[in-house]
Design a protein around this ligand. Structure first.
Ligand SMILES: [Zn+2]
Length: 131
């Protein structure tokens, strides 16, 4: 792994997000390369400085503007205006369908059950023998 490849993986390396072999490769490279060790040090210091920054509150209406922009860029596929107020209640529709199927199943089972009992015996029909 060259210097550039190692330095590209600093973030994942520090969070142990790399696959084990890559994690070991980066560690081995850092052992033998002073330039990358210094880069890692600078990277860590940058992260530490960023973490000390106070959180900045989002400007008013930020979420709405982001949603509008996503809607525009996705050509209306996401965050459609009517979707914010009207949503198809899929949970309730599937619930009703399940209940209907269960009712249908019970109904069909009741119609089938009488066939399972042996049919009533018919009185033997007397055959008229020709004389
Ligand atoms: Zn290096």
């Amino acid at each position: 792994m060259d210097h550039e490849a190692v330095q590209e993986r600093f973030s994942d390396y520090l969070e142990s997000e790399l696959p084990p072999e890559e994690q070991a490769e980066v560690a081995a490279h850092l052992e033998s390369c002073e330039a990358c060790r210094n880069e890692l040090l600078a990277f860590r210091q940058t992260l530490r400085s960023l973490a000390q920054l106070p959180p900045i509150p989002a400007p008013e209406g930020f979420v709405g503007k982001v949603q509008q922009r996503i809607n525009k860029r996705s050509r209306g596929r996401f965050f459609r205006a009517e979707r914010l107020f009207f949503r198809v209640p899929f949970e309730w529709i599937s619930f009703v369908i399940i209940i209907l199927m269960l009712a249908l199943y019970i109904l069909l089972m009741q119609e089938v059950r009488p066939l399972a009992t042996p049919p009533p015996k018919k009185a033997p029909v007397e055959k008229k023998l020709p004389r």
